[in-house]
Design a protein around this ligand. Sequence first.
Ligand code: F6R
Length: 370
Amino acid sequence: EKGGFPSFMDKEIHDQPQAVADTLLGRMDPSGRLVLDEMRIDESLLKSIDKIIVIACGTAAYAGQVAKYAIEHWCRIPVEVELAHEFRYRDPIVTEKTLVVAISQSGETMDTIMAVRHARQQGAKVIAICNTFGSTIPRESDAALYTHAGPEIAVASTKAFLSQIVACYLLGLYLAQLRGNKFQDEIRMILGELQQIPAKIQRILDETAQQVTDLAIAQKDTESVLFLGRHVGYPVAMEGALKLKELAYIHAEGFAAGELKHGPIALIDEGKLVFIVVPSKRGRDSLHAKVVSNIQEVRARGARTVVIAEEGDEEVRAYASDVIYVPASPTLMAPLLTTVPLQIFAMELATVKGLDVDQPRNLAKSVTVE
Ligand code: F6R
């Protein structure tokens, strides 16, 4: 059932092209219009929402953080992303015009269930983005948009994360279509870009995984790793750090690269391993330049810099100890690619340390207690 892979996690990393493709499948009509049959919320209500709050935990919350950039950009609706367990213990401003999006692979995360209940009590409509058909969160929500990643067995989430991002993007495009924020041909173009992602993930698996594995083996005695990113690369950095903590039990932190000089740069010393997720240069030149200067800053202080960049980006080479190239894609699509080497790095580092990558210590696949 591991399909010949040494672990479920390894299999699920390799399932990702299919998981993304399946999550996109059947959601467009022949004219290129997005149809989300499951979206059983009154269209006039969806047109009138003035705020979106994403609630989730862990990796699912990072998917929400990625989606915030896309949904705000496409729909011009403010999006807040909040950890489910924090959301319910404050006094959140939730009205009938708030759309709450609950993201959960298992659909059974108690913190998220309680947040869904809290939101609905206050009159919000809740859409669940979930991978487990018929589980509690979609059952208790007003509508469900399923990710079709297939069963995720390994405790650490991989293919569910990418599918959650894709599902959130579908939701964002659907809202943009409904509200007339975007022209149909623009939406079709973005969907077309999403459809190219599975083949690009496959190329990373085929062409880049070995380089990442070798790096993990060489770094097996590392005690602390930092991850930096900006824009959508920021939640990717946090996801990379979470994977490493969970699987390899080493200290890891993800930062917004711009935050470095406000404190974290003090952590940099000789040989410190730092991953930097670099945005595409096309279209967002200033963002790219800022991240390049962040690489320089840590490199000048002795860090070993592992740069995740787009193919063809030669500029980063000068400051990189290692460059891991991923296929070119529009900025908003990049997390679906840049996350993959970070997943592989964490898995391989744990493997070389002799750890159980499918069942890390102290963790359970679904956290059904608060
Ligand atoms: C990380 C991980 C957890 C889950 C979190 C939410 O690899 O698996 O952080 O993402 O516990 O779980 P779900 O998505 O089932 O609500």
